[in-house]
Design a protein around this ligand. Structure first.
Ligand code: PLP
Length: 385
């Protein structure tokens, strides 16, 4: 059976060019980037070259990029680090939205346990955060406002520039999680006006286990880890040069190919959307029709017209060789609907009957045809049951 991977929002395969760029650092170039001898200096030079490439791709200075173990760690470092640094000044309030990734939501909740207060902004029906609501929730006690650039479930892109401009009137810092957008659409940290920005490699054909945090020069940020002085004391631990080199190669390829690639992915996404709209009238589309990532299509089966479990849909699609994701997550042994879709106003039953298709470099028009065929068979089989 031919397998079709339509879950590029979860992760992507390693690009062979990225693997090739990394290979020397998994064998002969093994020095510790902090060592003063030639082995160390060679590793250091490659690490700094990777940092410079990444900075250039996201509109930052190399000194503003800090390597971490991925998007989750960058979100934690940004929020915890900024909140702790602002605490002595009496800023103990945080703002985020109901649609954030758990790396942000759970980090904020953890800070609430330490005595911080938290305000949660709503999403509109297309999954967007409203700048006026964020401004109304922020004041001179707010330390950090964290709003994602593009949503990982529905692909909606938030107006970060407007949010950052209005939040800065209060003196609070602005963090954006750009894990899904960096390398997919133009992302410029300085243009967005943010103080902190999270990026990750494995969503853009880079290796897993490496990410970065943009920290605008002069932004107060306490480290979360303690130990050596690596990454200018903000993120101690011996640097993984191979992963950093892979991250830089992946981002450079993604940024160079971006226009062409996003046009191709949008064609596939729109072909799938059109076929679904024509064949399955009881399906509804989630996300913003304009401000969205090019590769994500998120649909729900309308529970008023046809009851359906998203997890079963995903399992049945997998039996047909097609890898997609549902909108639900298993929490305490039961299927919980996606918090993003609930925040967008979907009823729990419809939110549970959701599939996210996310396209990538290897997908073709034939994949779309096979996916529509499989979806038809699965839905028919499931409605009979
Ligand atoms: N933020 C968003 C929006 C994501 O989609 C993800 C991964 O799914 C993360 C953070 C976590 O990134 P990582 O897997 O690199 O820890």
């Amino acid at each position: 059976m031919r397998r079709i991977y339509l879950d590029h929002t979860a992760t992507t395969p390693l690009d062979p060019r990225v693997r090739e760029a990394m290979e020397p650092y998994l064998s002969e170039v093994f020095g510790n980037a902090s060592s003063v001898h030639s082995f160390g200096r060679q590793a250091r030079a490659s690490l700094e070259k990777a940092r410079t490439t990444i900075a250039r791709c996201v509109g930052a200075d190399p000194g503003e990029i800090f390597f971490t173990s991925g998007g989750t760690e960058s979100d934690n470092l940004a929020i915890v680090g900024a909140a702790r640094a602002a605490r002595p000044a009496g800023r103990t309030h945080l703002v985020t939205s109901r649609g954030e990734h758990h790396a942000v939501l759970d980090t904020c909740e953890a800070l609430v346990q330490e005595g911080y207060t938290l305000s949660l902004a709503d999403l509109d029906e297309r999954g967007k955060v409203r700048p006026d609501e964020i401004r109304a929730l922020s004041d001179d006690r707010t330390s950090v406002v964290s709003i994602m650039h593009a949503n990982n479930e529905v692909g909606t892109i938030n107006p970060i520039e407007a949010i950052a401009a209005s939040v800065h009137e209060t003196g609070a810092l602005v963090h954006t999680d750009a894990v899904q957008s960096a390398g997919r659409i133009p992302v410029n940290a300085r243009g967005l006006g943010v103080d902190l920005m999270t990026i990750s490699a494995h969503k853009i054909y880079g290796p897993k286990g490496i990410g970065g945090l943009f920290v605008r020069r002069g932004t107060p940020l306490d480290p979360v880890f303690h130990g050596g002085g690596q990454e200018r004391g903000k993120r101690p631990g011996t640097e993984n040069v191979a992963l950093a080199v892979g991250f830089a190669a992946a981002l450079e390829i993604a940024c160079t190919a971006m226009t062409e690639e996003s046009a191709k992915l949008a064609v596939l996404r729109d072909a799938l959307a059109a076929a679904i709209r024509e064949r399955f009238p009881y399906v509804i589309f989630n996300g913003d029709p304009v401000d969205r990532l090019p590769h994500i299509l998120n649909v729900s089966v309308d529970s008023r017209k046809m009851p359906m479990e998203g997890e079963m849909l995903v399992m049945n699609m997998d039996l047909k060789g097609i890898a997609v994701t549902s909108g639900s997550a298993c929490t305490s042994g039961s299927m919980q609907p996606s918090h993003v879709l609930i925040a967008m106003g979907r009823d729990p039953a419809t939110a549970r009957a959701t599939i996210r298709f996310s396209f990538g470099r290897g997908n073709t028009e034939e994949d779309v045809v096979e996916t529509v065929k499989a979806l038809g068979e699965v839905l028919e089989q499931m409605t009979k049951v």
